[in-house]
Design a protein around this ligand. Structure first.
Ligand code: AP5
Length: 210
């Protein structure tokens, strides 16, 4: 199973990816997580750190390189879930070529759809446990008292709104691109986490047995 999650900031890609990856025994490959790890490790060039903090995209060649390397790792032999990549048609074309050179192809692209006001609330009140990577929400999924919480630099309202605008601009081409290829499934991302998981599983053709 090789699948892609596309969706605006706060749509629930990371939250759903963890469940789907456990279910299919495939790794979650998140360009956002990889870029944040590079930032923490001091290997992300300062102009790219600034671009991310302002809610813009980093250059295509940077993320394509990360994806090429990560999807070639032994744990990705039987598939992977790409969370937040591709975001542009140029990235999608690079991915298609990369997979074709390995005799592989994508199975499905899931677009998680959530209205803007809910996205802002989800992103601004998100907190992540630095030690475990677990995603919490101050209102919908409160963290335990001993969690070591982090508030993402790009999760402040103004930046979230910039990220949503960037997303709209980018998907105006990306979603029709995957629609034309017959790979796109649109999934309603509003509702409980479990309800959304059931819809995602239905979209990938798997009944929810839990
Ligand atoms: P990235 O890390 O990919 O961020 P994003 O796409 O903006 O998505 P988020 O992580 O904000 O949201 P999510 O959909 O994963 O939501 P989550 O599950 O956490 O990218 C960050 C930056 O990196 C980009 O802006 C860009 O600069 C750069 N970048 C990354 N990839 C790139 C690429 N390919 N090209 C160029 N640049 C790139 O959920 C959010 C909150 O809601 C959580 O608190 C969660 O608990 C809660 N929640 C989730 N589901 C529900 C539900 N059903 N009900 C109630 N609450 C819920």
């Amino acid at each position: 199973m090789r699948l892609v999650f596309v969706g605006p900031p706060g749509a629930g890609k990371g939250t759903q990816a963890k469940t789907i990856c456990d279910r299919f025994h495939i790794p979650q490959v998140s360009t956002g997580d990889m870029l944040r790890a590079a930032k923490t490790g001091g290997t992300l060039p300062p102009p790219l750190v600034a671009q991310m903090s302002a809610g813009g995209l980093v250059p295509d060649e940077v993320v394509v390189g990360l994806i090429d390397h990560r999807t070639n790792a032994p744990d990705a032999t039987n598939g992977f879930l790409l969370d937040g990549f591709p975001r542009t048609v140029a990235q999608a074309d690079a991915l298609t070529a990369m997979l074709a050179s390995r005799g592989q192809h994508l199975d499905v692209v899931i677009a998680l759809e959530v209205p803007e006001e809910l996205l802002v609330e989800r992103a601004v009140l998100r907190r992540t446990d630095k030690r475990t990577g677990q995603i919490y929400h101050l209102k919908y999924k409160p963290p335990p008292p001993d969690a070591d919480l982090e508030h993402r630099a790009d999760d402040h309202e103004e930046v979230v709104r910039n990220r949503i605008a960037t997303y709209k601009q980018m998907t105006s081409e990306l979603l029709p691109h995957y629609e034309k290829l017959g790979l796109l499934k649109r999934v309603d991302g509003v509702g409980s986490v479990d309800d959304v998981t059931s819809r995602v599983l239905a979209a990938v053709g798997e009944p929810n047995k839990s």
